[in-house]
Design a protein around this ligand. Structure first.
Ligand SMILES: NC(=O)c1ccc[n+]([C@@H]2O[C@H](COP(=O)([O-])OP(=O)(O)OC[C@H]3O[C@@H](n4cnc5c(N)ncnc54)[C@H](OP(=O)(O)O)[C@@H]3O)[C@@H](O)[C@H]2O)c1
Length: 249
């Protein structure tokens, strides 16, 4: 980070190479944060960091050494957005794919644990830290075929909410953001690049876009330091819950 940014508050956003993370990086930069964009795809975060005058750090949240190296490169941290994650597959429990389950748990649950644990001392030292964790409505509900993802998101939420009590008395706020359907690369990743299957998720509804969620995270990050928005659930008007959508046409 250049010395020109020395006075700016630092926001670390994981999964900043696409979707909600990328939009959040842009929103927080527009609010005056120096954003550290983290993801595995270097090309994308390098372009983003240039655009928002931030810093790109390539790191896989499932890799201990990479996350330690990320923490070592940061002098201090004011905001952490645990956003890296996603789903793989939609198989019933009876046919579940162990690799998919492992991917979802490693990325959503242990990734959040790894990054949070590594950056927590710096967030506390900042005197006014904020941890935003992007879970999902899948952290509150279940649906057929979704057990690997809903179980991982429930666990990620439990980890995040536990910190709220464990950090009581420390200068760190905790906000869980639980989105419904957002049109990003999420479904493309879930269905292994099958565009037709991914597009069908959003057919006939008006889903959220990444900027809708990012705007809320920006609002959270700009509240006065005594205000903790514990949980924000954000869904498209066309979605009642994980199973019920208003599909037109
Ligand atoms: N879209 C939805 O409908 C929806 C709804 C509720 C919650 N969410 C949650 O929102 C978060 C963001 O998802 P999205 O919708 O924006 O999907 P996305 O467009 O697929 O973005 C996922 C991001 O996570 C990063 N990522 C994945 N594995 C990673 C790893 N091992 N290490 C570092 N970064 C990793 C990806 O970057 P690289 O591949 O470059 O590493 C990418 O930047 C996820 O936690 C997801 O579960 C999404």
């Amino acid at each position: 980070m250049s010395s020109a940014n020395a006075e700016k508050r630092i926001a670390v956003v994981t999964g900043a190479s696409s979707g909600i993370g990328e939009a959040t990086a842009k929103t927080l930069a527009a609010l005056g944060f120096h954003v550290v964009a983290v993801a595995r795809r270097a090309d994308r975060i390098n372009v983003l960091a240039k655009e928002i005058d931030g810093t790109a750090i390539v790191a896989d949240v499932t890799d201990d050494a990479a996350v330690e190296a990320l923490a070592d490169q940061l002098g201090w941290v004011d905001v952490l957005v645990n956003n890296a994650g996603g789903a793989r597959g939609l198989a019933p429990v009876a046919d579940s794919d162990m690799e998919h389950w492992q991917w979802m748990w490693e990325t959503n649950v242990l990734g959040t644990l790894r990054v949070t644990r590594a950056l927590l001392p710096k967030l506390i030292d900042s005197g006014d830290g904020l941890i935003v964790t992007v879970t999902s409505v899948a952290a509150m509900e279940i649906y057929d075929g979704g057990a690997g993802y809903t179980a991982a998101k429930h666990a990620q939420s439990a980890l995040h909410r536990t910190l709220r009590g464990e950090l009581l008395g420390k200068p760190v706020r905790l906000t869980e953001i639980a989105p419904g359907a957002v049109e990003t690369e999420f479904s493309l990743v879930r269905f292994d690049g099958d565009e037709q299957r991914a597009d069908a998720v959003y057919t006939g509804i008006t889903p959220l876009v990444a900027a809708d969620v990012a705007e809320v995270i920006g609002f959270v990050a700009s509240r006065p330091s005594h205000v903790d928005l514990d949980l924000v659930v954000i869904k498209p008007r066309d979605q009642a819950d994980t199973r019920r959508f208003n599909r037109r046409g």
